[in-house]
Design a protein around this ligand. Structure first.
Ligand SMILES: C[S@@+](CC[C@H](N)C(=O)[O-])C[C@H]1O[C@@H](n2cnc3c(N)ncnc32)[C@H](O)[C@@H]1O
Length: 151
């Protein structure tokens, strides 16, 4: 399983994702450009010393991220989006799936929607427009780990 983040623009969120990566041993793919420099104070404060233990890779753009995926076609890119009708609780995850998170300000552009292998949503019967990106990640990642854990 990998967490993939499309052009993150809030440093604290990326910091929290790297912390999850370090603690759960799940690698992170960061698709640039980010909306902030990696050296930014706010980012370092949230990631704390976990950044040293996080396993992350950066890609200069979405195309280079996709190029790497094509080297292992069995590894699917599963987009987390409010725009899918497929409830993540009904989705069958695989151990080598890449969970792709959209940008905080704008989700992902149409060309990304068109090129992912699948897309899932966390149903929101309440009134909010969307969940925080880290919360979405944790909800879907824990379901994916639950389904694919070694029994
Ligand atoms: C703050 S949301 C982006 C909101 C953006 N305005 C949009 O329309 O997509 C940031 C990311 O969190 C994830 N996300 C938020 N709510 C979600 C939900 N209900 N189901 C699946 N993913 C969600 C998606 O990956 C989304 O791109």
């Amino acid at each position: 399983m990998r967490i993939c983040v499309f052009q993150p623009d809030i440093p604290q969120n990326l910091g929290a994702l790297l912390r999850i990566s370090a603690c759960l041993d799940v690698p992170v793919d960061i698709i640039e450009p980010c909306g902030f420099p990696f050296s930014e104070k706010k980012f370092k404060r949230t990631a704390m010393d976990y950044i040293r233990h996080a396993n992350f890779k950066t890609f200069i753009d979405y195309q280079s991220f996709k190029d790497q995926q094509s080297e292992d076609p069995s590894s699917r890119v599963i987009l987390l989006t409010t725009k899918s009708k497929r409830n993540y609780l009904d989705f069958r995850f695989r151990k080598n799936d890449r969970l792709l998170l959209g940008r905080e300000s704008a989700g992902v552009p149409e060309y990304v929607h068109e090129t992912v292998d699948d897309a899932v949503t966390i149903e929101m019967p309440g009134k909010g427009r969307s969940l925080n990106v880290v919360v979405s990640c944790v909800m879907v990642l824990s379901e994916a780990i639950r389904q694919t854990r070694d029994l």
